[in-house]
Design a protein. Structure first.
Lengths: 176, 132
């Protein structure tokens, strides 16, 4: 093979490499940017913080949470969404029926964190199962769960566990 | 045998072609990262998160957001419709950067929100407690 033919071969080979590289970059960039931002974990974290701020301020349980007899106030529990200024209305899309959020709030005695002495649950209870399933492995299409724990003082000392869950899968995960 | 002039021209063409190739790739990546769909989705979610995090209590929270990148998507449309770019209905943030597009995202914080967007893309989000 003479020098001219070798040069031509190298140039064809070089452009083939360039086209392959370009195709790979275009494919990867398209895949990357076609994924929507997934903010569900952030949302669930903010929701958990909001509930925590609502039931306990500076380490003290909200005075309305416990009644005069030292028992947890059921009225506070029933109106928690109003008291904490939480609104579970989601946009009317993808057959969502205001069922994209869930949270549970459990109160434990400090010396026994296995038995919940008071519990508040709000939102779509079906979403709680997503957290159970994802204890060992995360599944992107299931709802995102965030759990927070903290201590607060009322008439006694309590350990409070908040589990907040946000679904909104259609808006945060690419639908295939 | 090639003379020196021929070698120079070949190399220059080769370098120019490579530069064109790289420029096209960079432009493609920049276009992808600043596309209308991408920006609408990102603005709607950012604003929903900002509203969720706000604690207006008895006062009001004013958030300034630069939506300048969004104003570059369709400059003529933006200049004529900047007051339609961002609105909050109930608990849903709607962002629209072109006639055909639009993205929405809901927030859970039960607050009253009003918005204002200027022709340059400077957005003001005013959050008030519902009782205050």
């Amino acid at each position: 093979m003479d020098k001219k033919a070798t040069d031509k071969l190298i140039s064809v080979y070089w452009f083939a490499i360039l086209i392959l590289t370009a195709a790979a970059i275009v494919y990867m960039v398209s895949i990357f940017y076609s994924q929507p931002y997934d903010i569900r974990e952030l949302e669930a974290g903010i929701l958990a913080n909001k509930i925590a701020d609502c039931v306990s301020q500076a380490g003290k349980l909200d005075s309305n949470l416990i009644d005069n007899q030292g028992k947890f106030n059921q009225n506070f529990s029933d109106n928690l969404l109003n008291i904490c200024k939480i609104n579970f209305n989601a946009e009317n899309t993808n057959n969502w029926k205001d069922d994209q959020y869930y949270f549970s709030l459990d109160f434990f005695k400090v010396d026994d964190s296995t038995i919940s002495i008071f519990n508040i649950k709000k939102g779509n209870l079906n979403l709680a199962s997503s957290c159970e399933i994802q204890k060992t492995k995360e599944y992107i299409k299931l709802a995102k769960c965030v759990e927070k724990r903290f201590y607060a003082v009322g008439n006694d000392q309590y350990l409070i566990k908040i589990l907040s869950v946000v679904r909104k899968t259609e808006k945060n995960v690419k639908q295939s | 045998m090639k003379n020196k002039g021929e070698i120079l021209v070949e190399n220059v063409i080769f370098i120019i072609l490579n530069l064109i190739f790289l420029s096209i790739l960079v432009i493609f990546i920049l276009k992808q990262s600043s596309g209308a769909v991408m920006l609408e989705d990102s603005y709607a979610k950012q604003i929903a998160l900002l509203i969720d995090s706000a604690k207006p209590q008895n006062s009001e929270v004013v958030i300034q957001l630069d939506m300048g990148d969004g104003s570059k998507i369709d400059k003529t449309w933006f200049a004529q419709n900047f007051n339609r770019v961002l609105n909050v209905e109930g608990s849903v943030v709607n962002v629209k950067l072109s006639e055909k597009g639009g993205s929405s995202y809901s927030f859970f914080n039960d607050v009253a929100v009003s918005t204002e967007v200027g022709p340059t893309g400077q957005a003001l989000i005013i959050i008030r407690g519902k009782n205050g």
